[in-house]
Design a protein around this ligand. Structure first.
Ligand code: HEM
Length: 270
């Protein structure tokens, strides 16, 4: 027996009903092709939905009301996410050619830039993308701060955001060493020493990053592991939590929008 699910397809995907007088009853080959293409899409959605009930989750996440006054400032969060995705994709291609050994790292980076097909372009996207992501994350944080989105009931999402900001900075720090040229080498030694001056945990953190008493081969592999495995994994998990909370709590209305008084509370003005 076929399982009947309540309205498994969002209304937006359903073909609109024919208006009175529309068409002369005979369909052209093009119309038939379009219609069967659309029906095929719907049957696939139905087939998957019957087995997973995924449309409910998709509708919960995507079809929702947004507050009056929502504007372009609300796009910074999604833009940050897009920048992160672009970093992930370009990073995967760079990892196919990069070699994290102290004797090969610089040469492999040079090879990517000068010889690999589109290598300079992909490396440039990754390098400039990191700056773009930092700018966007600060704009997004500014928007949530100035719109008061850190207040009740969104405090936890603000804290998750702060951790995402720190992790994004760790990505920038660890990525900077990877070309292993003079600039990245000495700049990272400076950054590691600055970390070492932090209170209590500072010296331990600096030791952990250096991965040994001297800055060298083990430091590079440690930075590489943090840069391409540890931190991206944590960022993906935290973005999932962040978006779950955004979907659950909804977004804040801009501060200049006044809440409407519910009818039952409205008092007659005399
Ligand atoms: C990888 C970094 C981040 C990504 C991908 C991200 C993504 C998003 C997205 C897509 C939204 C919903 C749309 C919007 O309001 O823009 C959002 C909302 C929010 N984000 Fe982020 N975010 C990140 C970092 C941060 C940071 C650093 C903070 C603050 C410290 C933060 C705090 C918030 C808050 C409080 C909301 C709820 C906004 C509201 O209710 O109006 N996020 N985030």
């Amino acid at each position: 027996m076929k399982l009947k699910l309540p309205n498994p397809i969002p209304d937006q995907l359903r073909p609109r009903p024919r208006r009175p007088g529309e068409g002369n009853g005979r369909k052209s080959a093009k119309d038939i092709a379009i219609e069967s293409g659309r029906d095929a899409g719907i049957s696939v959605v139905d087939w998957v939905d019957e087995r997973t009930s995924v449309s409910g989750a998709a509708r919960w996440a995507m079809f929702r009301k947004v507050p009056k006054g929502t504007n372009w400032f609300y796009t910074f969060g999604s833009a940050t996410m897009f920048a992160f995705l672009s970093q992930a994709v370009t990073g995967v291609f760079l990892a196919m050619y990069y070699d994290p050994s102290p004797t090969r790292a610089y040469e492999s980076t040079r090879h990517i830039t000068n010889e690999v097909f589109l290598g300079e372009f992909v490396r440039g996207m990754h390098k400039w993308g990191s700056t773009v992501m930092m700018v966007l994350i600060f704009l997004h944080m500014g928007r949530t701060f100035f719109f008061g989105a850190y207040k009740y009931p969104r405090e936890i999402n603000w804290v998750v955001g702060v951790v995402l900001l720190v992790l994004t900075m760790v990505m920038s720090l660890t990525g900077y060493l990877l070309p292993f040229d003079q600039r990245s080498f000495w700049a990272t030694i400076v950054a590691d020493n600055i970390n070492g001056t932090g209170p209590l945990l500072g010296p331990y953190l600096a030791d952990f990053l250096r991965a040994g008493p001297e800055f060298g081969a083990t430091t590079l592999s440690r930075f590489y592991a943090i840069h391409m495995l540890l931190v991206p994994g944590a960022i993906v998990a935290l973005i999932a939590v962040h978006l779950y909370l955004v979907a659950k709590l909804g977004t804040t209305a801009p501060p200049w929008i006044k809440a409407e008084e519910p009818d039952e509370l409205r008092t007659e003005k005399v």
